[in-house]
Write a protein that binds this ligand. Structure first.
Ligand code: NAD
Length: 206
């Protein structure tokens, strides 16, 4: 079973659709601050298969710990987070609290449950002002706003986890920890083709 945090949101609900179509069982953990259970009900109707849903907040460690004790989770796609650059400039502490603390609680719950596979939705905001376009994966990072810095911090937490246990970087079955830096300019490509491509890459990694 795959846990999708933030699965009731925009990208999450599309990922749930792809996961169900690929034959996976799915559980969503979302506090609905910007998500909608109706999106999940529609995905269930399209696929004719159920999505388990737990309404919970990643800032509450007991809520995510409970999920791992109740569902046989094998891999996690972590999308839950606040995502507005402008809002993050106005409310930086809320962003660090929600995104960084939330990711830490998730990682600790995964460790306690022995779940090692994670795909993390990072963001191209970690690059700040790009030195050259188009951006390449190896371009220098340097976030210029609190939202981008939350993603950058989580990336560094993940890199330290891999440094402490290099077997988490890659396994015989593919990456164990993987981060995807998404670009929100991508909707310029019509029909959400970019999203489908990104989702199939994320689900392959999971
Ligand atoms: N949409 C984009 O173009 C884009 C670009 C780059 C990165 N991202 C990242 O991808 C992820 C998903 O983006 P999206 O566009 O689907 O956003 P979204 O706001 O639609 O989805 C995020 C979901 O996370 C939930 N959530 C937020 N904080 C939570 C918490 N503490 N506990 C539990 N649930 C929580 C929200 O209710 C929402 O359903 C985000 O992390 C975002 O930063 C998105």
């Amino acid at each position: 079973m795959i846990l999708v945090t933030g699965g009731a949101g925009y990208i999450g609900s599309h990922i749930c659709l792809e996961l169900l179509n690929a034959g996976h069982a799915v559980v969503v953990f979302d506090n609905l601050v910007n998500g909608n259970v109706e999106a999940l009900r529609r995905v269930e109707a399209i696929c004719g298969r159920p999505i388990a849903f737990q309404n919970g907040d990643l800032r509450d460690p007991s809520a995510i710990e409970r999920l791992f004790s109740e569902y046989p989770v094998e891999a996690v796609i972590h999308l839950a987070g606040l995502k507005s650059v402008e809002d993050s400039v106005r409310r930086p502490l809320s962003y660090f609290d929600n995104n960084v603390k939330g990711a830490l609680h998730l990682l600790l719950a995964m460790e306690n449950a022995g779940v090692r596979k994670l795909v993390f939705s990072s963001s191209a905001t970690v690059y700040g002002e790009p030195e050259a376009l188009p951006l390449s994966e190896s371009a220098r990072t340097g976030a210029t706003n609190p939202y981008g810095r939350t993603k950058w911090m989580i990336e560094h937490i993940l890199q330290d986890v891999v440094k402490a246990d290099p077997s988490r970087s890659f396994s015989d079955h593919g990456p164990v920890l993987c981060q995807v830096r998404m670009l929100n300019e991508s909707p310029l490509i019509p029909d959400f083709e970019w999203l489908e491509r990104m989702i199939s890459e994320e689900t392959r990694a999971a």
